[in-house]
Design a protein around this ligand. Structure first.
Ligand code: F6P
Length: 328
């Protein structure tokens, strides 16, 4: 299919995620392959508004597939919320001769893309990039697998010291509204309890469960707490509560924080990002617009932005069951 697209802009926006560079590399090289021009937009929508652009060629993206972060930098732009900001962005795009955009990010990125695309009739394709894995319409987002491995590696180390001192550790992991990191890393690291925003366990039940574990012979405990969980909202207060209501354990807190957002991407994330990047350019050539490229059962699919913005993903009850059974 032919169309008028000659130049594609690419940007990363929102929280960065390992593998974003691999996606940028794939978009740039797919453009070169299809004889299209590619322009990098720096700092997400902020860069669109400020006209912070750089022409990219196949060599501009050399040696980045293995690097965490994003060479295009990222930002959460407040100015893009205003019509005035978006008009400036549109004028900059037109002046630079950019006909279409590929935006790499999370739901906030797609919400902005959707408004912008509808307002100015500019084709935009989204690529899901966030460690949270909280986007509807895709089984996986770029960066999630790497973050899981980072978390599991950290918890393995904490387990060593927890064991030596018979301690209970509360470990806070990222995932603002989604428990995917907590649940999967918790299972992978053999956590005793996993607290996630999608399911309110309640402090009383947590204490009862910890008492049962202790009675069954456990001498140390790992509790993974998602940052968005209600009872773990203030993890230090939760630690005090546990110490006051459970005898025999010293309690310690570790907040893993932004360590989860950095590091060299896993092979899974590199391959996923490469596939999504190539497909995003294919989609623009195919006259698609306002869609995110997702992956479902290992097939790449186009998901309308509007579908990606729907409320929280459904909780995987099978995983909850596995966590309950394997932590006995
Ligand atoms: O959305 C990714 C994420 O890392 C969340 O898990 C976390 O709540 C948030 O970003 C942190 O944002 P910031 O880096 O802006 O503090």
């Amino acid at each position: 299919m032919t169309n008028d697209i000659k130049t594609i802009g690419v940007l990363s926006s929102g929280g960065d995620a390992p593998g974003m560079n691999a996606a940028i590399r794939a978009v740039v090289r797919a453009c070169v392959y299809h004889k299209l021009e590619c322009v990098g937009v720096y700092r997400g929508y902020e860069g669109l508004i400020e006209g912070d652009f750089k022409d990219l060629n196949a060599r501009s993206v050399k040696n980045i597939i293995n690097r965490g972060g994003t060479i295009l930098k990222s930002a959460r732009s407040k100015a893009f919320f205003s019509k005035e900001g978006r008009l400036t962005a549109y004028n900059n795009l037109k002046n630079k001769g950019i006909d279409a955009l590929v935006t790499i990010g999370g739901d906030g990125t797609f919400a902005g893309a959707s408004v912008f695309s509808n307002e100015f009739d500019i084709p935009i394709i989204g690529i899901p990039g966030t460690i949270d894995n909280d986007i509807n319409g895709t089984d996986f987002t770029i960066g999630y697998d790497t973050a899981l491995n980072t978390v599991v590696e950290a918890i393995d180390k904490i387990r060593d010291t927890a064991n030596s001192h018979n301690r209970l550790f509360l470990i806070e992991v990222m995932g603002r509204d989604a428990g995917d990191i907590a649940l999967n890393a918790g299972i992978g690291a053999g956590a005793e309890e996993i607290l996630i925003p999608e399911q309110d366990m309640g402090r009383g039940r947590l204490i009862e469960s910890l008492k049962r574990s202790k009675k069954s012979g456990k001498t140390s405990s790992i509790i993974v707490v998602s940052e968005g969980d209600q009872i773990g909202k203030n993890i230090f207060k939760l630690a005090n509560y546990i110490e006051e209501n459970l005898t025999g354990y010293e309690v310690r807190v570790t907040v893993l924080g932004h360590i989860q957002r950095g590091g060299s991407p896993s092979c899974f994330d590199r391959v996923l990002a490469s596939r999504l990047g190539v497909k995003a350019v294919d989609a623009l050539i195919d006259n698609q617009k306002n869609v995110m490229i997702g992956i479902r059962h290992n097939n790449l699919i186009c998901v309308p932005f509007i579908e990606t913005l729907k409320t929280i993903k459904k909780l995987d009850l099978e995983l909850i069951r596995v966590a309950d059974i394997t932590s006995i």
